[in-house]
Design a protein around this ligand. Structure first.
Ligand code: ADP
Ligand code: MG
Length: 624
């Protein structure tokens, strides 16, 4: 608890005790009034100040003012009636403060949730310089510097291990609790914690471009993208509060005037002003204004702690309405870690063909490229390669040792006018052409991710009516994967532009109030990520483009997180709706009773604070 909160709690307790005592101590007259004024100031001075500041700054209609007017009015009525009855003013302030106190605690716990995520921010980097180590701020490190990271420290900047063996805890980034082993050559991501051995790391990015900075940016900006529910409430409060104030005034003034002028009975000013004031207390919209952003806040925080970064509550709202989920295949539903399972029709030695393939692929970040380079088993000599061109959805071409080399699928061979030999083996085929002549193909095979099938089943349970897989791979491979996983529809041999077209068709076919989610790994699918209602990029720890293009970022590459994201969003939205319903329902009932003179200020303040506390407690559930 912070100092301010402790002070507030102390004020609440002191006021409650002294006020309780006043029920037993027979002080009357001026002395009694003086005691109550002191009590009132102890509990309410900050509200009075804020209401006053609100008036000065022209922000008149906020809940502080409502409370200030209502309690001062109640006090004035008490003095006017002369019976020493000031309890209501104290009660309203006391419970209002109690409610605010609760709210504060709740917001804090929500923040702490996100703070757990924020804990990824590194404080320093230790850089090797002139034979010694120097501690510097992470943003002073340049690309290519060598850092030393001791066990227990955070990796400050993305890079590659050059020395040392250790395991890393990436749980703050991915929600994944199993440590990841790293050895020289492994890529490491800023924000993960070094667990066991001293590591030397050569940085591959500046701090501002590192994973950690991108994630922090994203989380910090999440609250600025507001959902429709939130915007609705802001507008609602802006209209609602003045209306309620006008109604309260009318309730206090019109009936007494009517009574004297037209009915010739006593105006009974006291009773009607009291009703007007009660009306004000009841109408305070704080439970709504507060609980809705808090629910989203809690939901986004809770998702973040599980490695699901949602860029704004608007996306959370959309996720909850998901009806169609479209997946990319390679790297999304399959591991994208291909093994070479055969080399056929090879005109050269198999090793030579693989070497050409690895060299041609040396600049690409496609899972196929990475796998071929891994199969080659050595660092490709980039100096032998020039003119590298990557043709999305087809493959690559390059000049190696003066020979024009092409590696890719049947489409690429057709584009280049090279006659190729079809392959009957199952798997993804990388055809190779050297100087325009076919020189064989490499068969590589991928495996379906272990959670892929379960993901589709979970999505069905979460109310998704259609699951689709899109891929640039051959029909045979695509259908094989689709059968294993159980998606409803599969489209193969698509170029990136065809994928956009498919998504557009699916957008047209989905139910009007349903949303379409596209899940990809961020490798040449940025246009689709942008076109879908919600673009989900997974394995953001690998690809940079993904974090920018997507609306939701999954920190590791488990497709199951898609179903989780939808589940969390649905729960959050349900809570928001519950809170709106509960608050408005109770308010309307109390307003009616208040106007009729049945509900007094006690009921009003209990209703207000009670609803607020319930709403806040309900909102916090969204984080779990
Ligand atoms: P997916 O839709 O499965 O994610 P892509 O659109 O990235 O696949 O690629 C489609 C197809 O294009 C691949 O199956 C492969 O045949 C070919 N291809 C793409 N990039 C490369 C590459 N770098 N090397 C070889 N083939 C590639
Ligand atoms: Mg892909």
């Amino acid at each position: 608890m912070e100092k301010e909160q402790k002070i507030k709690l102390a004020r609440i307790v002191i006021t409650a005790v002294l006020w309780g005592a006043m029920f037993f101590i027979p002080v009357t007259g001026i002395a009694r009034l003086a005691v109550f004024v002191v009590l009132y100031l102890i509990i309410g001075y900050d509200i009075l100040l804020e209401a006053f500041e609100g008036i000065i700054h022209g922000e008149v209609f906020d809940e502080d003012l409502l409370m200030a007017v209502a309690t001062i009015g109640a006090f004035a009525l008490g003095i006017y009636e002369g019976k020493g009855e000031y309890n209501e003013a104290i009660a309203v302030m006391l419970f209002f403060q109690l409610g605010e106190f609760f709210e504060d605690l709740a917001v804090d716990s929500g923040k702490r949730n996100i703070a757990a995520l924020m804990d990824i921010r590194p404080d320093f980097a230790r850089i090797e310089k002139d034979g010694g180590l120097r501690k510097v701020a992470p943003n002073e490190v340049r690309v290519g510097d060598t850092l030393t990271v001791d066990p227990g420290e955070k990796i400050p900047i993305d890079g590659v291990v050059t020395e040392g063996v250790s395991s890393l805890d990436t749980s703050a980034l991915t929600g994944e609790s199993l440590p990841r082993d790293v050895t020289p050559g492994s890529e490491v991501i800023s924000g993960s914690v070094n667990l066991s051995g001293v590591l030397k790391i050569k940085t591959t990015a500046e701090f501002g471009e590192s994973t950690v900075s991108k994630i922090l940016d994203l989380v910090e900006n999440a609250s600025s993208r507001k959902s429709r529910s939130e915007n609705f409430i802001t507008k609602f409060a802006r209209v609602y509060t003045p209306i309620v104030c006008a109604l309260a005034l009318a309730l206090a003034v019109i009936p007494p005037l009517v009574r004297t002028l037209f009915m010739s009975v006593s105006p009974d000013w006291g009773a009607w002003i009291y009703r007007g004031l009660t009306f004000l207390v009841i109408s305070c919209p704080c439970a709504l204004v507060l609980s809705i952003p808090l629910s989203f806040f809690a939901g986004i925080g809770g998702a973040g702690a599980k490695g699901i970064l949602i860029k704004g509550s608007n996306y959370m709202e959309a996720l909850a309405q998901t009806k169609t989920v479209v997946f990319d295949k390679t790297g999304t539903l399959t591991k994208g870690a291909f093994e070479v399972s055969g080399i056929h029709h090879c005109e050269l030695e198999n090793e030579k063909l693989l070497e050409y393939a690895a060299l041609a692929e040396s600049a690409s970040s496609h899972p196929i490229s990475k796998s071929l380079i891994r199969a080659y088993g050595a660092e490709p000599e980039r100096s032998r390669v020039t003119d590298i061109k990557e043709i999305a959805g087809q493959g690559v071409t390059a000049t190696i040792d003066g020979h024009k080399v092409a590696a890719g699928n049947a489409k690429l061979m057709n584009t280049l006018g090279v006659e190729y030999v079809d392959c009957r083996s199952s798997g993804t085929i990388v055809h190779m052409a050297i100087d325009g002549a076919y020189s064989g193909h490499i068969v590589i095979s991928d495996v379906v991710k272990p959670t892929a099938k379960q993901t589709i089943a979970e999505l069905k349970k979460a109310g998704v009516t259609k699951t689709v897989m899109l891929t640039g791979d051959s029909r045979k491979t695509a259908e094989n994967v689709a059968d294993q996983i159980g998606v409803d529809e599969v489209k193969s041999e698509l170029l990136p532009a065809d994928k956009v077209e498919e998504v557009e068709r699916l957008l047209g076919e989905k139910p009007a109030n349903g949303k379409l989610v596209f899940v990809g790994d961020g490798v040449n699918d940025a246009p689709v990520l942008a076109r879908a209602d919600i673009g989900v990029a997974m394995g953001a720890l690998g690809s940079d483009a993904a974090i920018e293009a997507a609306d939701v970022v999954l920190m590791d590459d488990d497709p199951m997180k898609t179903a989780k994201a939808i589940g969390i969003s649905k729960k959050c939205l349900r809570i928001v709706k519950e809170n709106i319903g509960l608050t408005i329902g109770v308010k309307v009932a109390c307003l009616a009773l208040g106007a009729l003179g049945i509900a007094n200020m006690w009921v009003a303040v209990f209703a207000d604070v009670g609803v607020m506390i319930i709403a806040v407690l309900n909102a916090i559930r969204a984080a779990r």
